[in-house]
Design a protein around this ligand. Structure first.
Ligand SMILES: Nc1ncnc2c1ncn2[C@@H]1O[C@H](COP(=O)(O)OP(=O)(O)OP(=O)(O)O)[C@@H](O)[C@H]1O
Length: 351
């Protein structure tokens, strides 16, 4: 089922939460709504679900206006961060619930329900757990069961609101991959809310970056990362250094114009001699975490900090070769610089 969002507006008091949003989601896509807290992701998801009414605009499912259709008619499945399973029911009964409560005329037979539940438990790789109760499961297992329960009624659209938000980092990572594979199998149109850029990049076919009730950019993960449309998107999708002034100044650009250049920490090369476009810096500290080393430098001209990140082995080789230690003077050469013609980035918007 495709989803179209048209000129959607919603405000709570003075706060504009959906500021004339337009969005097309193709059938079978997995789309992430990504943005900081308060950017309007959950409200947009709730409007798509029919749990919230917009002030104006519409949501179309497969070309049909759903305005006025209630939650059940929309045939959406939900998984929330804290979507508690029914504690007094076994896992089997939790997954069967949506089918059991159907009116008699459309309710499958007990045998058909049992088959469906086992099929779903296999799909989420937990069929050995059917007779347990929710409190006997880990958080990650519970969310997989919540997903099986949402899929039991064969929803046309699956909506996930920070489904892995309450889980620890390692489990989150596993579940992301698992969800990706599951989506390839089930292929139901899915919208996934997250504030975690890594999660969005890893899981989604498409990322919709939201900020203050607006869509800043909408595209495949690589496109959004490699070609950010705005400074906000660039900053939200990963760490970046800001340089004011003439960094790697392009000949022909207007002289004297104040420019802001953005360079990601892994896009700065450490060299021992000045080169065109390089910056003279002094090493403040180096920190190795896992496979990467993060170096903090200070610019020799204005004392501001610049972060550089590189693979641990590369750092070790460089340290040997240049005798790099705290206080060493070197030069940084950007490999890739991003500039925006009409720069109006407001750092306060990131908080
Ligand atoms: N029922 C409500 N009444 C009043 N204000 C609301 C209501 N629901 C949301 N808001 C406000 O609307 C704004 C957007 O909230 P929303 O939950 O959609 O953002 P979000 O991007 O999902 O953020 P988070 O990741 O923190 O959930 C926030 O400023 C929030 O305080």
């Amino acid at each position: 089922m495709s989803i179209e969002v048209r000129n959607l507006k919603k405000r709570f008091g003075e706060t504009v939460v959906c500021d004339d949003l337009n969005l097309d989601i193709e059938e079978g896509q997995l789309v992430a709504l990504l943005g900081p807290s308060g950017s309007g992701k959950t409200t947009l998801l709730r409007i798509i679900a029919g749990l919230e009414v917009p002030d104006s605009g519409s949501v179309l499912f497969h070309g049909e206006d759903t305005t006025g259709a209630d939650v059940r008619e929309r045939q959406v499945g939900f998984v929330f961060q804290h979507y508690a399973l029914f504690g007094h029911m076994t896992i089997f009964e939790n997954v069967a619930f949506g089918l059991r409560v159907r009116p008699k005329a459309t309710r499958p037979s007990d045998k058909a329900i049992a088959d469906k539940v086992h099929e779903l438990l296999k799909l989420v790789q937990l069929d050995w757990i059917a007779d347990r109760y929710p409190h006997q499961l880990s958080g990650g297992q519970r969310q997989r069961i919540a997903l099986a329960r949402a899929l039991a009624v064969e929803p046309k659209v699956l909506l996930l609101d920070e489904p892995f938000g309450a889980l620890d980092a390692k489990v989150r990572k596993e579940l992301r991959r698992w969800l990706r594979r599951l989506h390839e199998e089930v292929n139901v149109t899915s919208v996934f809310v997250t504030h975690d850029q890594e999660e969005a990049m890893e899981v989604a076919d498409r990322i919709v970056v939201m900020n203050r009730g607006r869509i800043e950019q909408d595209g495949p993960p690589d496109e959004v990362y490699d070609h950010p449309a705005t400074p906000f998107v660039l900053q939200f999708l990963g760490d970046v250094n800001l340089f004011h002034g003439r960094l790697g100044h392009t000949p022909g650009s207007p002289a004297g114009a104040e420019e802001v250049a953005y360079v990601r920490p892994h896009e700065l090369q450490i060299v021992d001699a000045p080169a065109p476009g390089s910056i003279a810096v002094t090493l403040a500290q180096a920190l190795t975490v896992g496979p990467n080393t993060r170096l903090e430098f200070r610019r020799q001209d204005d004392g501001s900090y610049v972060d550089v990140e590189l693979p641990r082995a590369e750092y070790n080789a460089l340290r040997e070769r240049l005798g790099l230690k705290a206080g060493s003077a070197v030069h940084l050469l950007p490999r890739h610089v991003t500039r925006f013609s009409n720069d109006s980035f407001d750092p306060a918007a990131m908080i």
